[in-house]
Design a protein around this ligand. Structure first.
Ligand code: ATP
Ligand code: MG
Length: 571
């Protein structure tokens, strides 16, 4: 493609509203243009990059046995009422009405449409399993659209759904999808991890997220420094075994701690370590107040509390509510002499404490020399805290470290959540009906493009991995007014196009502008035709390494072949 004929509106200045590198560079390099908050136009370079990512996705999905279709973005509310999500999805669902006053939604995902479609067509167990996928524009009215394509309100997703007659069959497709996702993100050149994730409201089923490692990621990943264990920090089990210290129990005593409210304040005031203080919180689990205890240097993980209590909803109690229940403010809550109907659940670490400090349920007072089970009774010990850096890895291998990640993909065992709600299922060998067992598998396609841009750039601009770069080669004629140079470059362009996708900068711009734009756009290889054109010599530059070489045009194809072989091997 000749650059004079395409549309690459590069910008010299960094757009002021773009906070992260990828967003700035994609705007500056003329890949995207904002239309409204969280809504973007994909310009020709972005379109080509997206096409390349989608091609990889299509190949891997088909290899995993999934067939492509395309479902409507515009969906009747009735389907959403049937699944119940019309009422539970909240403000993120883009809702609209047609001229007959009928309600519609713009799909944020497609479980409803696809479950209904499959249910209408497939009754017999003989036709299952079935896996279908699409690559499509999704709509979510995100509270905080930001970072360009990373969190949009309109974005491109690959979503796949699988339908099964048994858990084993679902397990098999889930494993295949895990492999396909691994292949996809590897082929895109990304540095990523697959991590255990929270299955949220659905509960109990397997789910994994694919995280691209990046400082700007919104999620924290806990991973082992010695094995491939990795989990979303919310999900990581703590398997530490705590030893009781070998010291004598002292007598329980109430002491005044005026105005000492936080763990840090109280421990400094009493000259103890935060790990010697019991952190006590009141949580409301399905409307019942519960006291939750962890060590002062640990943080309560509400997802674990919810699991331990087998509760549907768990929330931290408001300060007003704790005053009503315990007659004290947040800073003085403790487990001693609380109303007998309030259960106490404690993290395993609390069970190994001796002569600890805790709140006295009286403002400005704490107990010292507290011994669990002597001074209060715990109803249940469980793993209730967030894992921390330095904790042993739950798989017994190595130590936990943290990293930030961008979620680019998500695979999920849905079970029968949608098929039961929508009465969708199959007949078995005996003619008995069962709900489909389902899985769903998403990839943020436009987010993946941003994640690559975020992971691969330098001061000069973007650095596209070979497999998804919008073009392979950037061909530049330094001076298009020099007819010999222009003619030579034109001939080279025609020759190279037989082997590569070539972007030919045929503009009448100054060389400096062309080189800057070229580095900004970041194609893997630049071929420059300049003064030595008369000798048949061109300059080849590898964007990733900055390496430059002069090559006779007779050797150009062979040189490029080697360079691309090398670059592909690094992916
Ligand atoms: P997040 O936690 O980032 O909001 P999610 O859990 O809501 O993501 P899913 O519903 O699992 O995401 O969607 C599948 C994939 O779609 C995600 O893994 C992500 O890559 C992508 N995605 C989700 N929301 C957005 C968005 N607002 N903009 C761009 N991509 C998105
Ligand atoms: Mg979301």
């Amino acid at each position: 493609m000749k650059q004079s004929m395409t549309f690459i509106p590069t910008l010299r200045d960094v757009p002021s509203d773009a906070e992260i590198k990828s967003h700035q560079l994609l705007l500056r390099a003329g890949f995207i243009k904002q239309v409204a908050s969280g809504v973007y136009s994909y310009l020709p370079l972005a379109k080509r990059t997206l096409d390349n990512i989608e091609k990889i996705i299509r190949e891997e999905m088909e290899k995993a046995g999934a067939a492509e279709l395309l479902l409507p973005a515009l969906q009747p509310a009735e389907l959403w009422v049937e699944s119940g999500r019309w009422y539970t999805y909240g403000d993120e669902l883009m809702r609209l009405r047609d001229r007959h006053d009928r309600n519609f939604a713009l799909g944020p995902t497609h479980e409803e449409v696809i479950t209904s479609l499959v249910n209408d067509a497939i009754q017999s167990y003989k036709r299952l399993p079935l896996t279908l996928f699409q690559i499509q524009t999704k709509y979510r009215d995100e509270k905080r659209p930001r970072f360009g394509l990373l969190r949009g309100r309109e974005f491109i997703m690959k979503d796949a759904y699988s339908f099964h007659t048994s858990e084993e069959s679902l397990d098999e497709v889930y494993r295949k999808m895990h492999q396909a996702y691994t292949n996809i993100f590897r082929r895109c050149g990304l540095n990523f991890r697959s991590v255990l994730a929270d299955s949220g409201a659905i509960g109990g089923k397997d789910t994994q997220e694919f995280m691209v490692l990046s400082e700007i990621g919104e999620d924290t990943i806990a991973f082992s420094d010695q094995s491939d264990y990795a989990a979303n920090v919310e999900m990581a089990d703590v398997r530490q075994v705590y030893e009781k210290p070998d010291i004598a129990e002292k007598e329980l005593k109430k002491v005044a701690t005026p105005n000492q409210k936080t763990i840090v304040d109280v421990s400094a005031f009493l000259n103890v370590k935060p790990s010697e203080v019991i952190k006590s919180l009141v949580m409301i689990a399905d409307e019942e107040p519960v006291m939750v205890l962890v060590r002062g240097n640990h943080d309560v993980n509400d997802i674990k509390v919810k699991k331990a209590l087998n509760a549907k909803i768990v929330e931290f109690a408001e300060e007003e509510k704790t005053k009503e229940l315990l007659n004290c403010s947040f800073g003085s809550i403790g487990p001693i002499n609380i109303p007998s109907e309030m259960k106490i659940i404690a993290d395993h670490a609390v069970g190994a404490m001796i002569n600890a400090v805790c709140g006295a349920n009286e403002d400005g007072h704490h107990y010292i020399n507290v011994v669990p089970e002597r001074d209060f009774t715990v109803w249940q010990y469980a793993d209730l805290r967030f894992i921390q850096e330095g904790d042993p890895s739950p798989d017994g291998k190595g130590t936990i470290r943290f990293a930030r990640g961008i979620e680019v993909g998500h695979i999920f065992k849905l079970g029968t959540k949608y098929s039961e709600a929508m009465s969708a299922g199959f007949l078995d060998e005996n003619g008995k009906s069962h709900p489909y067992i389902m899985g769903c598998y998403g990839i943020g396609v436009s987010r993946t493009l941003t994640a690559v841009a975020e992971q691969f750039n330098d001061e000069q601009g973007l650095i596209w991995p070979v497999n998804i770069a919008p073009y392979d080669v950037h061909l530049i004629a330094v001076n298009m007014k020099d007819s010999e140079q222009a003619g030579f470059t034109e001939a080279l362009y025609n020759e190279l196009m037989n082997e590569y996708d070539v972007l030919f900068d045929d503009r009448n711009e100054r060389p400096g502008v062309k080189f800057n734009d070229s580095d900004l756009i970041g194609l893997p290889v630049r071929v420059t035709v300049g003064k030595k054109a008369s000798e048949g010599i061109v300059e080849v530059k590898i964007r990733k390494t900055g390496e430059m070489m002069e090559v006779h045009h007779r050797d150009l194809l062979a040189t490029l072949k080697n360079i691309f072989k090398e670059l592909s091997a690094q992916v």
